[in-house]
Design a binder for this molecule. Structure first.
Ligand code: 0PR
Length: 386
């Protein structure tokens, strides 16, 4: 209830500080794809706290930051000339990418009815389907948890508005065969959207020759989230299009505002997270992110090694900083780890213990987690010989 008589600032802040203690400190969190924002992102965010990109004429500085940020994200995504905007995260980007694809298909005289996604697609695509009134077709995965291109192709028909590839799947950290999907998109003349919400700030810094971005000519749109491995403040995602006409399809007239068209899903939207992402990308640069990703990968491999010493194998050899372990009774193990203060999660199919090794992870935490995992497995009687 809103109080009749207002309270002093200090007393309100005291109440909030106490409440804040309930929030989880990231130290023991291995379940999240977010992390502590980089301090420079926080400073930039605070500086641009008042800005509203929903009324860009009032906030030209934020408009310029967004333009530069899209340019930087585009270069990360292998496309120098991309068009796009800063979203609230992967969910908004996925919704808008498919909306743009539907719009384009209709403009070309088609009657789009479905979108084909890998079975590993993030649950945001369920929202996409229900909001846009289209059918979601799910293509099968191979044993490495990558989408099976044959299965994908078998689901495409004349009603297909778009196909989706995932560069960094939520559950297994797998990368779909984007190059082959790109071929498929070109052959069928359909929109290919690549969801790199998580992988966009990881894959460019791995030693891999895998092609995953706009260098593949069949890709029409991509999303990359600065608020995940980009170490920026929440909520910050991005939607990138190869062609301006796709972005145009999202536009609505905004007659009484300082700009006459708006392309975002939300109306009022902060410029603060764009400033945060811009600041951290400028500050870290490619080398800084390479160091961060390198350390996450070192710890991921260390944890995988520790698990192997316990006789536990990963479901797939980790390509990114997501480790999925084939532990017996994963739900029991997750609960037991929780009782020891560790936040972990479980994959759906197959059920594995899932650990995301984010930039807040330390070697100390990883080794303690490994020790606790060993104890938990012994206590549950699923491993006697440790
Ligand atoms: N695409 C992929 C590949 C994702 O992994 C996610 C989110 C999204 C899209 C949607 O992004 P937004 O949540 O930013 O809209 N993946 C994480 C997940 O669902 C999000 C997350 C992050 C969950 C931090 C928990 C958490 O503590 O697991």
């Amino acid at each position: 209830m809103i109080p009749e008589k207002g309270e002093g600032i200090e007393s309100v802040m005291l109440e909030l500080s106490k409440l804040h203690e309930l929030d989880t400190d990231y130290t023991r969190v291995f379940s999240s794809m977010c992390t502590r924002p980089h301090p420079v992102a926080v400073r930039a965010h605070l500086l641009y706290m008042e800005s509203n990109l929903g009324d860009p004429g009032l906030f030209p500085a934020s408009v310029e930051i967004e333009r530069r940020l899209i340019g930087m994200l585009g270069s990360l995504a292998g496309g120098e000339e991309v068009r796009g905007y800063i979203t609230t995260g992967g969910t908004e980007s996925n919704i808008q990418a498919i909306r743009a694809a539907l719009h384009m298909a209709r403009m070309q005289g088609a009657t789009p009815t479905n979108v084909v996604v890998p079975e590993s697609a993030h649950f945001s695509f369920e929202k996409v389907a229900s909001m846009l009134g289209i059918e979601l077709r799910r293509a099968k995965l191979d044993e490495q948890m990558r989408v099976d291109v044959g299965s994908m192709e078998s689901l495409i028909d004349e009603g297909t508005a778009a196909i989706v590839g995932i560069a960094g799947t939520t559950e297994f950290g797998q990368i779909d065969p984007i190059e082959q999907l790109s071929q498929l998109a070109l052959e069928w003349g359909v929109h290919l959207h690549v969801d790199a919400a998580f992988g966009g700030f990881v894959i460019p810094f791995l030693h891999t020759s895998m092609r995953w971005n706009f260098e593949c000519k069949g890709i029409s749109s991509m999303c990359i989230d600065p608020h995940k491995m980009g170490m920026s403040t929440i909520p910050c995602g991005s939607l990138l299009f190869r062609q301006e006409t796709l972005l145009d399809g999202l536009g609505v007239d905004t007659p009484y505002l300082t700009s006459k068209r708006q392309y975002s899903l939300t109306g009022t939207r902060t410029g603060a997270t764009a400033a945060g992402a811009y600041a951290v990308m400028r500050h870290l640069g490619r080398r800084g992110y390479a160091r961060v990703v390198g350390e996450c990968m070192r710890l991921t491999r260390m944890l995988a090694e520790e698990a192997r010493d316990m006789g536990i194998e990963p479901a797939i050899e980790p390509l990114m900083n997501v480790l999925t372990l084939r532990v017996p009774e994963p739900r029991e193990v997750e609960r037991a780890l929780m009782r020891r203060g560790w936040y972990t999660s479980i994959t759906r199919q197959p059920e594995c213990l899932r650990l995301v090794i984010m930039p807040h992870a330390t070697e100390r935490a990883v080794l303690q987690l490994a020790d606790d995992l060993k104890d938990v497995l012994v206590a549950l009687g699923v491993s006697q010989s440790l």
